[in-house]
Ligand binder design. Sequence first.
Ligand code: HEC
Length: 124
Amino acid sequence: MKCFGSWLVAFGCLFSLPLAAPEIAPGADAKPAIKDVMKAAHKKPKELLKKVATGVATGAEKVELVKLYQALATLRPPRGEAASWEEKTKALLAAARAAAEDKPEAAAELNRVANCAACHDAHK
Ligand code: HEC
């Protein structure tokens, strides 16, 4: 890539760099890694998912799970198809949002879509 030709090209280069590596762009808001989301949402014994799915989570904890899944949907997994990742993370996010809105079917839906093995097999 030519970055020295003109100011215009140099400008383009400046903007293309952060796009190529959004997770480590300097100055960007600190974004969690997938592992961080897994630890906070899924790792025993304090996993948020379980709390929300069993109905013992506080309002703040429900919102926290929504935020974690929001972040997850924007991250890229080490393996697997982008379309599959998008489908799985969007389903998680939708279920967490439903739980945060106290929808009665949300807990069952969360348990169904938070399929650890299915997602790890495809993307971990
Ligand atoms: C939407 C997909 C998805 C779902 C659902 C999912 N995981 Fe993960 N998980 C991942 C990916 C991808 C990684 C690997 C991240 C990496 O290596 O950067 C991972 C890694 C992990 C790790 C390792 C974290 C570390 O510190 O290395 C744990 C623990 C984990 N998941 C637990 C769970 C549990 C328990 C569940 C079910 C309740 C679950 N995950 C559901 C995608 C998912």
